[in-house]
Design a protein around this ligand. Structure first.
Ligand SMILES: *Cc1c(COP(=O)(O)O)cnc(C)c1O
Length: 377
């Protein structure tokens, strides 16, 4: 038998994952089609209960996307026009965009350059009489340093939202799971997340019964009972089809996470063994946390040249994210300038994501590592 030579590695290979679970997925999708019950309903309810258990919260509520999870969370916490919400300068756009969508003002904070997460020490100086909440992001699948964030929030009576879109199953110290530490946790089931649906989807988690009830109303236009509205919500509902697929995938999530961790360990070891650590810094997994590696992020010398070099060798790679929030055109009226968040800006200029998905083979990882050697040596 001939061994085919590897000549490309995608950043993510969803077909490879699907081929391992096709037989489990097809019957549940067929079941939803036969039932013709598409919005919320028993499939969504059952999946919500499992996610709540998985995230160590009392409640979970399926919503239409991770972005909508953030928006409904801010609405449930009564964030109003003119309120300020503190968050990181460095994340996926939705983290900051959701704040602006409610006509509240995002207030940015620089990152810890080692973890890429918000630097808790820089939060307190940004608090004003208008500050109402903090959105902490668990970027790339590693928890933000939550204890000092929760302490400063408590001291100033601020609400805390966790943007756990990249962090389902992520743990902070003492096994505390992402989505269980703040007032509300926000998750995304976008296909490229560790638990990805067959389309858009999301979840909010909380252990506060009153908040859960309010989130439930807001998800369906604020109606309670049906057709009676004390508040204005929206259509933030999750499809039964997505819940059915995600419920099957949840059974595999811990194995997939273990696969990602194993792949990360191999890159870490090989980058050191091949002497590539002279030019490349591997991601720092904080001792005692559980990093689920939604992304494996390197800090590289001559990043842009390297990116082009590996793209030419058909290696999937992406910059998460090339522009910090202070430098986004749509936030120009917030009054920030380039240079305001030097650590986030440096990360935006130096980092690179490489393939880390669980189905990745050793041979594929070696192909990536060989390309690094060819570039730097
Ligand atoms: C993906 C993501 C979101 C948005 O989730 P969608 O489901 O795509 O709307 C929000 N925040 C972060 C950090 C994300 O990675």
């Amino acid at each position: 038998m001939s061994v085919s030579k590897i000549d490309q590695v995608p950043l993510l290979d969803l077909k490879a994952q699907y081929s391992t679970i096709r037989e489990e997925i097809e019957p549940v999708v067929r079941e939803v089609m036969e039932s013709q019950y598409f919005i919320l309903g028993p499939k969504v309810k059952a999946f919500e209960e499992r996610v709540a258990e998985y995230c160590h919260t009392r409640y979970a509520l399926g919503v239409s996307s991770g972005t909508d999870a953030l928006i409904i969370a801010l609405m449930a916490l009564d964030i109003r026009p003119g309120d300020e919400v503190i968050t990181t300068a460095y994340s996926f756009f939705a983290t900051a965009g959701s704040i602006s969508r409610l006509n509240a003002t995002p207030v940015f904070v620089d990152i810890d350059p080692v973890t890429f997460n918000i630097d808790p020490a820089e939060i307190e100086s940004k608090i004003t009489s208008k500050t109402k909440a903090i959105i902490a992001v668990h970027l790339y699948g590693q928890s933000a340093d939550m204890d000092p964030i929760l302490q400063v929030a408590q001291k100033h009576r601020l609400k805390v939202i966790e943007d756990a879109a990249q962090a389902i199953g992520t743990e902070y110290t003492n096994g505390r799971r992402a989505g269980s530490m703040g007032d509300i946790g926000c998750f995304s089931f976008f296909p490229s997340k560790n638990l990805g649906g067959f389309g858009d989807g999301g979840m909010v988690t909380t252990s506060d019964a009153a908040l859960y009830e309010k989130l439930t109303f807001l998800r369906n236009h604020g109606a309670h009972p049906k057709y009676y509205h004390k508040m204005i919500g929206g259509n933030f509902r999750l499809d039964a089809l997505q819940a059915a697929v995600l419920d099957v995938k949840l059974n595999h999530l811990d194995d997939w996470t273990a696969g990602r961790q194993k792949n990360a360990a191999y890159y870490n070891e090989q980058i050191a063994a091949r002497g590539l650590d002279k030019w490349i810094r591997t991601p720092h997994a904080v001792d005692g946390y559980r990093h689920i590696y939604n992304q494996y992020i390197l800090r590289c010398e001559r990043r842009d040249d390297l990116l082009q070099f590996i793209k030419d060798r058909n290696i999937g790679s992406e910059i998460y994210y090339p522009v910090t929030f202070n430098n986004q055109e749509c936030f120009a009226d917030l009054g920030y300038k380039n240079g305001d968040f030097p650590k986030a800006e440096q990360a935006a200029a130096e980092t690179l994501a490489i393939p880390i998905y669980p189905e990745l083979t050793r041979a594929q990882q070696d192909y990536v590592l060989d390309a690094f050697e060819a570039f730097y040596k």
